[in-house]
Structure formats: C-alpha cells, structure tokens
Design a protein around this ligand. Structure first.
Ligand code: CMX
Length: 461
C-alpha cells in the first residue's frame, strides 16, 4: 500500500517536473546563444591577428601518410592528447565522471550531460540535463516513412548500411534544408543546424532499435518512447533489455565517452566535410556512418569480439598468457592487424578502455566472465608482442578492445550490431561541430591536392 502511494506520488512528481520548465533552467539553445558571441569574437581575433601564424610544416609524408598529425582542422569540443587521451572542453573522462549528471537512479554519465558539455562548453545542472532528456524524448519517435523504409530492407543487409540509409532518409524533414531553400541569413544557419541535430540525436535510438529488432528479434514488439527516461535508457528499453540496469548503465557510459574524439577521426571528419558543403546534418551524419563502418575505425569493435571468440574456440577456456602470445603472433604473421590495438593519435592505453575496464572491476559477474577475462589477459600480453613486432606506433589497446565483450556478457551477442551503438554515440560530437561550424561561419572544406609529379617539382624548387 505504502509502496503504491509512494510510486504514484513519485510518478506524478516526475510528470509535473517534466512538463513545467524551471524558471532558472536554460534550454540548450539558450545556453548556446549565450556562448556563441564570445567564440565568434575569439575566431575573428585569431583570423585577423594571427591568420598567418605557422602551426607546423606540411611534409611529403603528410600527403602520402594519411595526414597523420597534420594540424589542419578547427574542432573545439574535444582535444586528444597522444599520451593522456581525450579531454572534452578540458575535462578528462574521470573529471566528467565526477561532474556530469547521471540518469535518475543511475551513476554513469549520460548522453545528454555529455551533449550539453560538448555543445556549450559548460557542465549542465541536473535540471538542465533532465530538461534536455525530456526535449529529446519528445522528438524521439520515427516518422512513418522511415519505419516503412527500414522494415522493407533485407535483414541480411549489414546493420550499419541500414542505419546510414535511415539517417539519410530522415533528411526528408530537415529544417535546415527547408530554410535554406526559402533563403535565410548565414547568421541563422546554426539555429536550423541545431534543430536538425537535436532531432537526429533524438531519433537515433528508435532507428537503431528498429534495425536490431528487424534483424535479430523479429518476434519482439518495440516499446514506445518513455518521456521520463534518458536517451540511452529509452534505447536499451527499445532494444528489449530495459530490465537490465547494469547493461543500461554500461551503455550510458559507453555512449557518453565515445561521443567525441576530436575532429580528425574518419567519422567526425566526414561529417565536418559534408556539412561544410551546407548539406544538412542528416546527410552529413549519414556519410559519417559509412566511414564508421570501416574495420580500421568503428567496425573494430565487431572485429575484436570475432577475434577473441575465435581465440577461445581454438584454445578452449584455460587459455594461458603463452597461448595468447602464440595466437597474437599468428594473427600478425598472417598479415592481419590485431583489432582493438593501435591508434592514429594515442600513444598510451586509451582512457576510454580504462573507464570500461573499471566498470567491469566493480561487477563480480563481469570479472568472472571468461570472455572479459580474455580481454584482460590479452591486454597483459599484447603490448609486448606488438612492440616486438615493431610496426605499430601504439602497441596499447584502444576503446574497442573492451567495448564489445561487455555487451556480449549481457546477452547482446550480435556483434555485427556493435558499430551501430558507436553510431548512436558519435552523433553527439560530430553534430556538435556541425552546429558550431555554422555558428562560426566556417567555409567549405577544400584542401589542395598534388600529383606525384607536382610534389617532385615543388621539392626541386
Ligand atoms: N596490429 C598490427 N599492426 C598494426 C596495428 C595492429 N593493431 N596497428 C597498426 N599496425 C601497423 C599498421 O598496419 C602499419 O603497418 P604498415 O606500415 O604495413 O602499413 C604500421 O603498424 C604503422 O601504423 P600506425 O602508424 O601505428 O597506425 P595508423 O595510424 O596507420 O593506424 C589504426 C591506426 C587504428 C588504424 C591501426 O592501429 C589499426 O589498424 N588497429 C587495429 C584496428 C582498430 O583497432 N581500429 C580501431 C581504432 C579506434 C577507432 O577508430 O575507433
């Protein structure tokens, strides 16, 4: 009786709380409006006072080496230090874990508090976070044409291909595109880019969950969006695992810390490039998803699990360090990369890998799982093997070395789907930059390319 009354009153409190806007609570748009003028002024000063300052040399090795280390993009929301890892507006992952609001009833960072930080550079209050959750939940349902499109696709089509198609087709309702067609001032671009970006972020969980249901659990119904839940809470619910609190918390953490990894990675950079043509945020992010679907980038989390499971299948459950070492060498000698190891920028273990490992450390069931133990044991052996192999500049694990095995433990065993979860996450940072690129009036991206003959000519000169 007491429980029922308490439940009723807490539900009615949640309803009241969410339907009224607290006088002191800013919306994300208002918070952005406050910070944009200072950033515009900062950019103007950089351009006028330091436009010709030199930040480094462009070498031939940059042109033929995938532009590694070439400082050639503006990206404010996060900066990746090779040794220390990612910082979001100056905050490390442990800083974020201390300061960013969690979900009601949860402890881990959530997508909304990370999105607020990325977009505004400020740590949101609890009330601001809840308000953003509510705002996203209200926009979360899919339009009918998207449901029809996704339901019509063959279930054998890779989930990432389906996700990209769904995201591109959401541009049917792009307010940016509609406003551009009508004719708007440049100074207003960002407001439409923001609206599209929030709409897209809000709809990604329902889209991604529908793909999961269609491909793997056709017998399941998909619950509607619960407006009192956070974005990832709703996502896990729609995936059919809503009663698993630990999995929900894991995905909250995973999606928040995967949200941004500065600008040069393939998915973020693709978004930036496409959006610089003033294609709307849906089209820009659809392109990013296909960059994410490459095995050297986001698909690595699928590949790591496949590789670990092959190792287990071949070597059984009592795998020693020596066995792992042999397996690693076999992988390397067959000319393949060790998935989950190495990085284009990082030169130390990825702090995102460490955060996910720490999540496991606090849960005995995870620690007892043979696949998770295998990930840990591999970490104890792989860096020395990769150093001896002598090719990779970074012999340490990246985030993908750990991410899939926890999902596998909780029953989300369809590893072809894992990159889709990454795709739900990366939207936070990539679309943040799209909004800011429009607010700052950044131009069309158009680097200069050279032929080999032209390079030789320049060297002679
Ligand atoms: N196993 C074996 N060889 C590796 C390796 C690995 N894990 N990582 C790098 N190498 C090799 C490269 O293939 C390259 O060989 P070649 O000279 O024959 O071409 C050499 O070492 C130098 O590479 P690098 O400069 O250290 O690394 P890159 O910046 O070129 O590539 C990355 C970075 C991530 C693509 C690479 O480390 C890799 O393929 N890792 C495995 C896949 C993976 O985990 N990707 C996920 C990255 C994180 C993410 O984007 O989400």
């Amino acid at each position: 009786m007491f429980r029922q009354t308490a439940l009723k009153s807490s539900r009615s409190f949640a309803r009241q709380w969410s339907s009224r806007r607290l006088a002191s609570t800013k919306t994300i748009r208002e918070a952005l409006e406050e910070v944009i003028p200072a950033k515009q002024a900062q950019l103007k000063a950089l351009k006028t006072e330091h436009g010709s300052a030199v930040l480094g040399d462009v070498k031939v090795e940059h042109l033929i080496g995938g532009m590694r280390g070439l400082k050639s993009m503006l990206w404010d929301a996060s900066v990746l230090d090779p040794n220390e890892g990612i910082r979001f507006h100056g905050l490390s992952i442990p800083d974020c874990q201390k300061s960013l609001p969690a979900a009601q009833g949860g402890k881990e960072i959530i997508a909304e508090s990370m999105l607020w930080l990325l977009l505004t550079g400020k740590v949101p209050t609890e009330a601001e976070t809840r308000q953003l959750s509510r705002q996203l939940a209200e926009k979360g349902e899919l339009p009918d044409h998207i449901v029809k499109l996704i339901d019509s696709l063959p279930t054998s089509l890779h989930p990432m291909t389906q996700l990209g198609m769904g995201v591109a087709a959401l541009n049917h309702d792009s307010v940016f595109q509609a406003a551009y067609e009508k004719g708007i001032k440049k100074s207003e671009y960002w407001t439409y880019a923001l609206e599209d970006s929030l709409n897209l972020i809000a709809k990604l969980p329902a889209l991604a969950a529908r793909i999961y249901r269609n491909v793997y659990k056709p017998e399941n119904d998909i619950p509607g969006i619960n407006k009192d839940l956070d974005l990832v809470g709703n996502y896990v619910n729609m995936l059919g695992y809503g009663d698993n609190h630990d999995l929900t918390e894991y995905l909250r953490l995973y999606i928040a810390i995967h949200g941004d990894h500065e600008g040069g990675n393939a998915s973020a950079h693709t978004t930036h490039l496409i959006a610089s043509t003033l294609a709307d945020p849906y089209l820009a992010y659809a392109g990013a998803l296909y960059a994410l679907a490459g095995p050297l980038h986001g698909l690595a989390n699928q590949e790591v699990l496949r590789w670990q499971l092959n190792m287990r299948k071949e070597l059984g459950d009592n795998i020693t360090h020596e066995h792992i070492k042999e397996f690693l060498w076999r992988t390397l000698k067959s000319g393949q990369v060790v998935p989950g190891y190495g990085h284009g920028v990082l030169r130390n273990p990825d702090p995102r890998f460490i955060a996910l490992q720490e999540f496991c450390e606090t849960r005995p069931a995870l620690l007892a799982d043979p696949v998770i133990q295998l990930v840990k044991k591999t970490y104890e052996v792989a860096p020395a093997v990769l150093k001896e192999h002598g090719k990779t500049k970074n012999p340490y694990p990246n985030v993908d070395a750990a991410s899939g095995c926890v999902l596998y433990h909780y029953g989300l065993t369809q590893f072809k789907y894992y990159t889709v979860i990454f795709g739900v996450s990366r939207a936070l940072g990539a679309l943040t930059q799209t909004v800011w690129a429009r607010a700052l009036g950044l131009p069309l991206e158009r680097p200069k390319s050279l032929s080999m003959d032209a390079i030789e000519e320049l060297i002679k000169q």
